[in-house]
Design a binder for this molecule. Structure first.
Ligand code: NAD
Length: 486
């Protein structure tokens, strides 16, 4: 069965490959897009091969000199128009995203506004690409530093934020003067194709943005990275795939930015405002139904306040309405696919076998769709397996601690280092703990850190480089030093 998309969402959604400004069929036929709430196909999208990818690299390479030489103000205005169009079409774009990803409509609406903001922010950054000029210590010459676009960039994005992960890369790439080939996740190609359609409408020339959904990302990416015209890989996804891509990119010494997995700790100290901590925990856990790299994955709560915190958090999660994301009043949609749900269910079962107490949820419902209920697990032992990997679902495991150093040691006991959260009324203590946490980002008395104006990214095996802010622009530039004697 194929749902009539235009009728459900109110706009036409492109389903072809976008190469050199043309919507084309894929050499590998089509791939189905599944609605996670019903398990039914909703659309068929062109499926690209390595040959299609090399056509896209040809187009991006041909468009590069002109786009790189386009006045920054003109590049900025294309991005600004894309922001305006995206905000004007927020509702149909959000509905399209719900259909392919499953998330609740309120999360999808939030994501579209967040995604659009990367176009506005990078429209503003495009005209602020600075350099430097100084006198060499010897006095013999001047040191002139200039930023140039890195070149043709391959962008690979995951399914969990189908629009924002694309705009967070396309925005800075275009602002810097680069041309791109975007490979979205096969589960959620429709949002990425719709965003590319908006960019064309906003005046971005043919070949500057190319988009290729595929069921065979490995061979396609290898073919593109082997091409010496490709100078940049910007990847968001799992640490496992990121590691493989770094090896492939090493062959051609391609410049890489990596936004990888997380295993965020959420620390609640005995002096925290518990109601605020519950609000923050709710956001950090339940934003995007728990399918976020920034999702709080391990709650470390001081023994003195743990009963109160657990009971309140369980009450909040138990009250959520679960169902198809487009239905009225739904707070939590299904997970993206069957494998994701099985993994979440297995982690919960392993935690209860390890001694955790289920306060709410804990059992997948017997219905169509990849649903899993909001779940709170209390008194999880510090060594439980569930704490060692990304849950990527609506499950909150709570571990109790008794002293500050123990909490920091537990929080840092992971190869990941994307984000950490902490709640305390003592700002001095909070800042000291924030400095000791091994993470690229720390939320103090806040459950959300993502902001297009801030440098987003991780340390350890959570990634390399930053997206957002001014740093995100610099990832798509090369530094050129010119020694001048005048
Ligand atoms: P994934 O690594 O399986 O897939 C990510 C992307 O890589 C998809 O487009 C996929 O098709 C592609 N891919 C898979 N195998 C590939 C290969 N061999 N060669 C080239 N491309 C390949 O991850 P996912 O399941 O789609 O997304 C969830 C993961 O993404 C989680 O680990 C999450 O933490 C991470 N994530 C990180 C951030 C961040 O900013 N750090 C943001 C969102 C998601």
């Amino acid at each position: 069965m194929t749902t009539d998309l235009a009728a459900t969402i109110g706009i036409d959604a492109p389903t072809g490959l976008l190469i050199d400004g043309q919507w084309s069929p894929g050499r590998a036929g089509v791939l189905p897009v599944i609605d996670p709430a019903t398990e039914d196909p909703i659309a068929e999208v062109a499926n690209a091969t390595p040959e299609d990818a090399l056509d896209a690299v040809d187009a991006a390479a041909a468009a590069l000199p002109k786009w790189a030489a386009t006045a920054p103000r003109e590049r900025a205005e294309c991005l600004r128009r894309a922001w305006e169009l995206m905000v004007a079409r927020a509702e149909p774009l959000a509905r399209l995203m719900v259909l392919e990803n499953g998330k609740a409509l309120k999360d999808a609406r939030g994501e579209i506004m967040y995604a659009a903001e990367f176009f506005r922010w990078y429209a503003e950054e495009a005209v602020r690409i600075d350099g430097g000029l100084s006198v060499a210590p010897s006095g013999a010459n001047r040191i002139m530093v200039q930023r140039q676009p890195v070149g043709v960039s391959v962008l690979i994005t995951p399914w969990n934020f189908p629009a924002a992960m694309a705009t967070r890369k396309i925005g800075p790439a275009l602002a810097a003067g680069c041309t791109v080939v975007l490979k979205p996740a096969k589960e959620t190609p429709l949002s990425a194709l719709a965003v590319a359609g908006l960019l064309a409408e906003a005046g971005v020339p043919a070949g500057v943005v190319n988009v290729l959904p595929t069921t065979k990302p490995g061979p396609m990416t290898e073919a593109m990275l082997a091409d010496p015209r490709v100078r940049k890989l910007s990847f968001t996804g799992s640490t496992e795939v990121g590691r493989m891509l770094l090896k492939t990119a090493a062959e051609t010494v391609t410049n890489c930015s990596m936004e990888l997995g997380g295993n965020a700790p959420f620390l609640v100290f005995e002096d925290a405002d518990i109601d605020a901590a519950v609000d923050g925990a709710f956001l950090a856990k339940m934003r995007n139904g728990g399918e976020a790299c920034t999702a709080a994955n391990r709650f470390y709560v001081h023994d003195a306040v743990a009963d109160q915190f657990s009971a309140k958090l369980a009450g909040r999660l138990a009250a959520l309405r679960v169902g198809p994301g487009l239905d009225d009043g739904i707070d939590l949609g299904p997970l993206v696919n069957s494998d994701t749900r099985s993994k979440v269910a297995e982690l919960v079962d392993s935690a209860t076998a390890d001694g955790a107490k289920v306060l709410t949820g804990g059992q997948a419902p017997d219905r169509a769709g990849f649903f899993y209920p909001p779940t709170v697990l209390d008194q999880v032992p510090a060594g439980a397996g569930i704490l060692g990997q990304e849950i990527f679902g609506p499950v909150a495991p709570i571990v109790r601690f008794t002293d500050r150093q123990q909490a920091i040691t537990l929080a840092n006991a992971t190869e990941y280092g994307l984000v950490s959260y902490l709640y305390s009324r003592d700002l001095r203590k909070a800042l000291q703990v924030a400095e000791a946490l091994e993470a690229g980002m720390v939320g103090i008395n806040r459950g959300v850190v993502s902001d297009p104006a801030a440098p987003f990214g991780g340390v350890k095996q959570s990634g390399l480089g930053r997206e957002g802010g001014h740093d995100g622009l610099l990832e798509f530039t090369e530094t050129k030093y010119i020694a001048v004697d005048w």
